[in-house]
Design a protein around this ligand. Structure first.
Ligand code: FES
Length: 166
């Protein structure tokens, strides 16, 4: 049995179904990794081992692909994934100030997750809605024309709506 570094080993059944379909298809590694991340929210060690064993791609190469693409994560994300745009339009419109405000409000830096697992902060190159810059996206919803205060307020509202007592 494969030993996992995760405290609780994730269930591999869904990933096995994906691998039944794709493991031997040429050039399918990225698709498999995307589907695995859709299942677990990140790429657990167990999943990487299973993908490597099923596809015959060496773990080092699988990790190489994972680290090449910013979309892949090796650790769990919080309930709310913040994608802060760092593209040119957003950068010119002071996205760095928005990042500072988020860091101040949540006490995390980019790539981090809050200890309560409520938020993860990631940055992206362009969200495709530059006319709204600076922009952040949270769980697929875009928040544009941000100011530091507006960003903080948005986070507080989400926090408030998701507190255990609400
Ligand atoms: S540069 Fe930020 S949305 Fe395009």
């Amino acid at each position: 049995m494969i030993k996992s570094e995760d405290t609780q080993a994730p269930d591999m059944d869904k990933l096995k179904q994906v691998l039944d379909h794709y493991a031997h298809a040429e050039g399918s590694l990225i698709t498999i990794l995307q589907k695995a991340q859709d299942i677990y929210g990140y790429l657990p060690l167990e999943a990487i081992k299973l993908i490597s064993a099923s596809t015959g791609v060496k773990p080092a190469k699988v990790y190489g692909v994972i680290s090449f693409y910013a979309q892949f994560r090796l650790s769990p994300v919080g309930k709310n994934l913040i994608l802060l745009c760092q593209g040119t339009a957003c950068h010119v419109n002071s996205s760095d100030k928005i990042e500072e405000a988020i860091a101040e409000e949540l006490g995390i830096s980019r790539g981090d997750t809050t200890p309560d697992q409520l938020f993860t902060l990631n940055t992206v190159a362009c969200l495709g809605c530059c006319s709204l810059s600076p922009v952040m996206m949270i769980n697929g919803q875009a928040y544009g024309n941000l100011t530091p205060e507006k960003a903080k307020k948005t986070l507080r509202e989400i926090k408030g709506s998701q507190s255990p007592h609400s």
